[in-house]
Design a protein around this ligand. Structure first.
Ligand code: RB5
Length: 158
């Protein structure tokens, strides 16, 4: 299950990605927003991030104007690794190297064709573990140190 969320700036691209993911055979949970009426991106980011944290979705995609605000907000939720990506290479590495379960996209920065290629690259990538796992676990340890609600540090992946 892939969670999908956006603010008003990301609405058009989110709709396109919803169709793409469905055609690709993925189950999609659309967290909105559902129109171009202005909404605050942190509200959507936290809904998708909490669903990922709870294991209700395996991965999430968040779209705003730049992808930056969504990433910053989602990364406040303990256990969440949200990466702003701009091309298939950064998307692939967000999974392979950083074990990001959420990617964020900027609708003002990437067009629909590139966004679909980005999502496909991310969906087909796998976390490579090894040295990357050690570094990802270091980040989890940091989260434990600074965040009271972080839960246990999980070793060896989620
Ligand atoms: C609008 O709120 C705009 O700031 C948003 O779409 C996003 O680009 C934030 O990072």
């Amino acid at each position: 299950m892939i969670g999908l969320g956006c603010d008003h700036n990301g609405f058009g691209l989110k709709q396109r990605l919803h169709s793409f993911l469905t055609e690709y055979g993925e189950e999609v949970w659309d967290f909105g927003t559902f129109s171009r009426e202005p909404v605050d991106y942190p509200d959507v980011a936290v809904a998708v991030a909490e669903a990922a944290r709870a294991g209700l979705i395996e991965r999430g995609i968040l779209v705003c104007g730049t992808g930056l605000g969504m990433a910053i907000a989602a990364n406040k939720v303990p256990g969440i690794f949200a990466a702003p990506v701009v091309d298939p290479d950064t998307a692939r590495l967000a999974c392979m190297s950083n074990d990001a379960q959420i990617i964020t996209l900027g609708a003002n920065l990437v067009g629909p064709g590139l966004a679909c290629a980005i999502v496909e690259a991310w969906l087909t990538a796998k976390f490579r573990g090894g040295r990357s796992a050690r570094k990802v676990n270091r980040i989890r340890t940091l989260e434990q140190r600074y965040c009271r609600d972080a839960g246990p540090v999980l070793l060896g992946g989620r």
